[in-house]
Design a protein around this ligand. Sequence first.
Ligand code: NDP
Length: 232
Amino acid sequence: MNIVITGANRGLGYELTLAAAQRGHKIIAGIRSPQEAGKMGELVSRFPGQIEAVQLDVCDEESIARLAETLQAERKQVDAVINNAGILLGRGVAIEELPIEDVIRSFEVNLFGPMMVIKHLLPLMEGGDSRSVLNISSEAGSISNAYGGDFPYAISKTAINMFSKQLKRYVKDRGIRVYAIHPGWIKTDMGGDRAPGDPAESANGIIDILEMKKEVDSESFFVNYKGEPMPI
Ligand code: NDP
């Protein structure tokens, strides 16, 4: 499978790239600043010919269009897109104090980014038997479990859930699966050290969903990394 993963240089994106490479897939690893790619360089050499690290800022439509053009020119089919890049701004900030720029930026990265990625990569997903779009969301985006905090992040994740459902309906007849996925509270820069979850376990669960090794209700659009439905 050819898999595009955004925000691949650290955290869950890195673990997704590692898990997918270990299972023999080819990964186009989107990295915002390749000069700060960190451990990704080592991963590229560890899996020769399997991981291609490309410059990709999900807020820069030109960088996304450039990637799509390159893949098109190389006649590379995209089997799966994992919209993983995300930011959490304004954690614990009261609405009375909230800089509205944090809301705008959160929507830019967590919603507009994935939408632009799909806008440019969907045409490369025609054909093939098992194609999927996995949008990494969060339980914070659940409307029924809204906890009254982290406004920019939570609301942008609710929006990516809606985008996922909309897209699922939009591509229904093309046989492309679409899910918004809660990866669990995991130890990454975003999740922090107190997080109980292991990002490698979460990443392997998500790749299982991609490989259809887990049964996931086809009507659900918001699930966790084990494929279980999440409260909307
Ligand atoms: P991290 O903060 O550890 O990593 C975030 C990644 O996103 C980095 O690779 C970062 O790149 C990238 N990124 C940020 N902005 C952009 C951009 N404009 N363009 C491209 N890449 C960008 O987060 P996690 O790994 O923990 O999170 C991954 C996903 O999982 C996110 O969508 C997050 O919301 C979700 N999630 C995480 C949870 C957790 O407990 N950790 C819980 C629920 C959901 P750079 O290094 O250049 O900044």
